[in-house]
Structure formats: C-alpha cells, structure tokens
Design a protein around this ligand. Structure first.
Ligand SMILES: *Cc1c(COP(=O)(O)O)cnc(C)c1O
Length: 365
C-alpha cells in the first residue's frame, strides 16, 4: 500500500493549491546547509522577491520556518506585553484565531464583529478603542471568501500598529504593505504563492521593529533572535538560531521567481479571470454564492449547498471520480457551504472548467 504512487489531484480547496512547476524542479535540487554561501544567495534573493510581492522596503522581510499560523503568532508575540489592547476584526475563523492568539499572549482583546460572509466596517474597527497597541484584521478571510478593507485602516491608525493577515491575499490580489501603512503582515506558502505548506512569509515595518518587546513569550518566534540569522549582524555575519528549512526556502524562491516573471499584475488578472468565471459558472448552475459581489474574493469562493444535497458525498465524488479537491465549510458554515479555491498555479480557466463540468455531473445540473 505504502509503495503505491500517490494520486494526482487538482487542488481547488482553501489550500494547499497545486505548486508551480518551478517548485517541483527546485525541490529536486541538491540540499544545502543553512550557512552555505550558495544557500544564502537563495535566501537573500527570496527575501528581496518577498519585498517586491509585499510591495515594501521593510528590511525585515523573510520566510518564517513554519506555516501561516506561525506568522500570525510571530506578529503578535513580538509586539505584545500583558495588558496591551488589541482591536481585532472578526468575521470568520481566522479573525477568531487572531483574537485567541492575542489573548493567549496576554492582550486585552476588543473584538469588532461582522457576520460570516460580510466585511468588517473599517470605521467600527478604528472607533472601537481610543488608543490600542494593535489593530488586527484578516485581508482575505478564507473561511468565507470575504475581502476586508485594509487601506482605510492604515490611513487612520494613529499610534497603533496595523497587523494584517495576508495568507490568502498575497500574490492573489493587490497587497500594498507600504502604501497602505501596514506594520506587520504574514502569509503562507500554500495559497496564492503556489508552494507546498511549510513557510510563513513575513514582513515588519521599522516602526513595528522599534516596538518589538525585549523578551517575547516565544523563544522560537523571537524575531530579535531570528533576525541575527536572516538579516545577519550588519556586517554580513549570520549566526545560527534554528536550522533554516533550506530545501523549502529554495522551493519558495523558485515560485517567487515564477510569480515575478509572470508579473504581479498579470497574476492578479489571472486570479480575477479564473475566480469570476467560476462564480459565473456556479450561478449559471443556479447555485447561490455566500458573499455579495463587492466584497467577494476571486481566489476563494464560498457557495451554498443546495437543500437536500449531501455536501460531504459531493466532495468525496469530486475527489474519487474526478481527482478534484474542494473544501468544506467551517464554524457556523459547516455543512452549509463548499469553499472553492482558485489560487496560485491552479488559478486557470482550464481548471475552472474541469471543476464546473465535474460538479454539474455530480449534482445532475
Ligand atoms: C490558511 C490560513 C491561515 C493559516 O495558515 P496555516 O498555513 O494553515 O497555518 C491563516 N490565515 C488565513 C486567512 C488562512 O487562509
């Protein structure tokens, strides 16, 4: 059993997406040590490319050695002291998770909620507390397919640090860290970056770095310590903190190269075209989308399960008969929706047509 080849899947759930072909090639390259100069060239290139993709000049921009959730934890743990006020927008699972992470690190969380499927009102977030340490929001809420407004928050954040989850937005739609006044942002590799899960691209503004606490409550995610490796000591020297996952960084760098070679704008347009075609095709099948058009992401679409349909059986048939993975609903939407991703290399019309055809057959529509 274990020696059987793994099945090919078209990955159209909420992540992972199918990796870019450049990633497979890079994954077969020889392994390098984490202080090998040949590896450091790759790391430096990946960091420079991440600055382009985050649209930032932040020196501290690098891939954290763990999945997107570690990016979230790092963003909070490096700036929070017990009792600090964190205002969090919650309109889905990942906003809830931010509130949980912040409160475990001792923050006083002020939650600003919207229904799952609706966006957070930026004015409500800005008005929730007179002097918060952090304003936190999920840009692309993968549990619902809603895009939350970020630019308006940066423009009026005052002394607060603006902390943004860009896990599903980065490389799928515009993310402008510097222009929007974002102080801390993190992402994940397995969504629109088209790389297997395992790294969390991260960026911190000089203002955020100024605000770093001396002794964060996590040793592994202490960015003061990690920076001695990723950025060096200022004279080029780099010292060991933990063993960088060198193979994963090389794979990420290959995908970032592919993304920039295509062009960020062209990549956004490709996500937009694929996502909108998917949404039109679902509506043509008389399926109902959860999110209103102005707030709807292209890279993640949530569609209601029609009455009388066994939602899990549909996903099983899509996987077993057609080799296509889509996602289930979570939280209050469990059992009521499917979540369909058009992310990274997967965001192409041919894949959308394959899914629409398979779904029409399974549903008999
Ligand atoms: C997937 C996701 C995460 C968590 O990332 P993991 O890689 O699963 O740890 C966080 N935020 C959002 C918006 C996500 O979609």
């Amino acid at each position: 059993m274990a020696s059987m080849p793994l099945p090919q899947r078209l990955l159209m759930g909420p992540g992972p997406s199918n990796p870019y072909p450049e990633v497979a090639a890079a994954s077969a390259a020889p392994l390098l040590g984490h202080l090998d100069p040949a590896f450091l060239v790759e790391l430096d290139e990946a960091m420079a490319r991440l600055r382009s993709i985050f649209a930032t000049n932040n020196p501290l921009t690098f891939p954290i050695s763990a999945t997107g959730s570690a990016g979230m934890e790092a963003a909070f743990v490096n700036v929070l002291e017990p009792g600090d006020v964190v205002v969090v927008g919650i309109n889905g699972l990942f906003g809830q998770r931010m509130a949980e992470v912040a409160s475990r690190h001792g923050a006083e969380v002020v939650a600003v909620e919207a229904a799952w499927g609706e966006p957070i009102d930026p004015e409500a977030l800005l008005g929730a507390h007179p002097n918060p340490k952090v304003l936190a929001i999920v840009h692309a809420e993968t549990s619902t397919g809603v895009r939350n407004e970020v630019a308006a928050l940066g423009a009026a954040k005052g002394d607060a640090l603006l902390l943004v989850d860009t896990v599903t937005s980065l490389a799928g739609c515009p993310v402008e860290v510097d222009a929007w006044g974002v102080d801390l942002a993190y992402s994940g590799t397995q969504k629109c970056l088209g790389v297997p899960p395992g790294l969390a691209p991260f960026t911190a503004s000089p203002r955020a770095v100024e605000a770093f606490v001396a002794r964060p409550s996590s040793w592994y995610l202490d960015l003061g310590l990690v920076a001695a490796y990723v950025s060096g000591d200022g004279s080029g020297g780099r010292s060991y903190h933990h063993t960088a996952p060198t193979g994963q960084v090389v794979a990420l760098n290959a995908a970032l190269g592919a993304i920039l070679a295509e062009g960020l704008e062209a990549g956004f347009a490709r996500h937009e075209e694929a996502g909108r075609r998917l949404q039109a095709g679902l509506e043509a099948m008389e399926l109902e989308l959860l999110v209103d058009a102005p707030h709807r992401l292209a890279q993640l679409t949530t569609v209601r399960v029609p009455d009388g349909v066994d939602e899990a059986a549909v996903r099983t048939q899509l996987r077993d008969r057609y080799g296509i993975e889509i996602g289930a609903g979570v939280g209050p939407l469990a059992g009521r929706v499917w979540r369909i991703g058009c992310m990274g290399h997967t965001a192409r019309l041919a894949n959308v047509e394959a899914l629409l055809g398979a779904l029409a057959e399974v549903l008999g529509r």
